[in-house]
Design a protein around this ligand. Sequence first.
Ligand SMILES: Nc1ncnc2c1ncn2[C@@H]1O[C@H](COP(=O)(O)OP(=O)(O)OP(=O)(O)O)[C@@H](O)[C@H]1O
Length: 327
Amino acid sequence: MIRVAGLRKTYGGFPAVVGSDFDVGEGEIFGVVGPNGAGKTTTLKMLAGLVEPTEGTIEIGAYAAGDAEMRRHLGFLPEESPLYEDMTARSYLRFFADLYDVPREEATRRTEDTLDRLELEHRDRRLGDMSKGMKRKVAIARSLVNDPNLLIYDEPASGLDPLTTNYVLEFTRELVERGKTVVFSAHNLYHVESVCDRVVIMNRGEIIARGTVPEIREEHGETMYRVFTTVPVDGATATDDGRYLSIVDDMEAVEAVRAEAEAAGGSVADIRTEEPSLEEIFLDLAGRPPAAREDGRGRADPAAVARADGGGGDEGSVGERGDRRAR
Ligand SMILES: Nc1ncnc2c1ncn2[C@@H]1O[C@H](COP(=O)(O)OP(=O)(O)OP(=O)(O)O)[C@@H](O)[C@H]1O
């Protein structure tokens, strides 16, 4: 549905997006991920035809990005959605439906359905008196008034509480189940991991990884193995339930732990694999923490998780991986 080739955007010589290439299939939910300043918003605005690329092409179905006919089938949710503060949710949505010439009855049905699904209460309250989460729901409903088949959502869940975030992400998934195509950006990698079919990871204007989350894991991540033995082996730590834990990064090392345990008269009691999260892969690729962690809205710090559960849980930590990899 979307074909992007050689896309580049510079602002007064500053490269915000550097030679992007990617395709998005019809009915796909596609994530554009990266830290603040990675070039996500610029990419999405170019897709929506709101920013002119410096170089490159964007085809959306049979149209070029920005084509007036294409825009009729597009719903864009900006990162910050300024709403007319004095309007109520209902009057605001009716206003936008009128701009798209949606018949009144149809518009009412469509917007009420969306607001029901998003559980927006107080639909006749002034937008200026609504919370951030409520405003975001109204903005999402606005992106759907023209029943578009392509939705471009810039950070749809950014800054929302966990419950509202969940609603928004689930709702985004539902849109795809209803046959729509969704491209959305996020700096919280967990949001993307839980929802997207495919992603591109951007950093400083560049795509540094792409594919499904399992593909990215396979290409860039490293599966770790937590091997529990009944006797101590070199480098293992004792667990609360009287076993010994070794963390290693390949099957050869697993076999070495097994051989050592058996030589000491013990055995391997359990082996658990541990897949790296997208965030851990990002850390490895970009070499610095994503913004999600900087603003405290990201996933829990894995090192803190490991500390809290004594290192014996299924979730590993970046620090732990680094420390034990030497085995
Ligand atoms: N209109 C503009 N003029 C000049 N520089 C810009 C403009 N818009 C974006 N930039 C710069 O381009 C880079 C990419 O910005 P962009 O907003 O696309 O990033 P982003 O990944 O969406 O970040 P965020 O998560 O903070 O929204 C940033 O360094 C930004 O400062």
